[in-house]
Design a protein around this ligand. Sequence first.
Ligand SMILES: [Zn+2]
Length: 292
Amino acid sequence: MKPILDKAREDHYAVAAPNVLDYKTIDVAIKTAEKKNAPIILNVTFETNDDLSTFVNYAKDKAIHSKVPVAINLDHGGDYEQIIKSLKMDFTSIMVDRSMLEFEDNIKEVSEIVKIAHTLGCSVEAELGHVGTNIGADSEGMLGSNTIITEEDKKATFTKVEEAVEYVERTKVDCLAVAIGTVHGLYPKGLKPSIDFELLKKLRDAVKVPLVIHGGSGSGDDNLARACKEGICKVNICSDLLKKGREYINNGYLKDSDDMLTKLMYPLPAYYAGYSDMLEYYIDLFKSTNKA
Ligand SMILES: [Zn+2]
């Protein structure tokens, strides 16, 4: 992942990092990237598949035979055991999320993992500040709950510039996820997060590795396009891709020639088409088209 992101940092664009949820989305994500001639980072979580090793191996095979650069990233790697198990698989990078720990503890745990990962040729992404989660804040069919993060709650968790500089120097991570205003999941309908662009600029100038944002979905096109231009090199997106997939199913997206029965019986092609179209849209927005 490191070379893919270093190039993005130099050329001021960002690489899309969609979650892949099953074997078919691996194919779809890579095909979409090939269509756009764009590099891509496949985000895989530890819970994605019961046989994760085989799943990642499949992704690796597809990546090797792809016409564009593909990284396979463990997203939000959990405890030490999970990280070490992942390092034995074919991940090209792992994200170690210790953002809930105190600064010194975060550094201590992540540095140790970086040493091991780098020995094995695997890149490491870490997070400083904390990117929270909107749980089911969306009114369009997401899980129901009232956990909506307020702007004030968020500001307290934003990444601090001096800490970020020290953190990267001491841990030797290859890229850093920063908290500048986005949160995981979807936002309540009509609400777009406010992104602290001044903070982003300071981070971009001071921190010597590529910056990442999580919670790209629903952040607003203007926000995302500007963030990618002004210092973000990797955007994690999941919810918007799934949402578009569901939309295509609900709207009966298929060729006109398909009858209603076909549409009802075979909703999956519509789902993947929605996922792919949304991903394509974001690749354009992040300006990574033709950057393979
Ligand atoms: Zn995340």
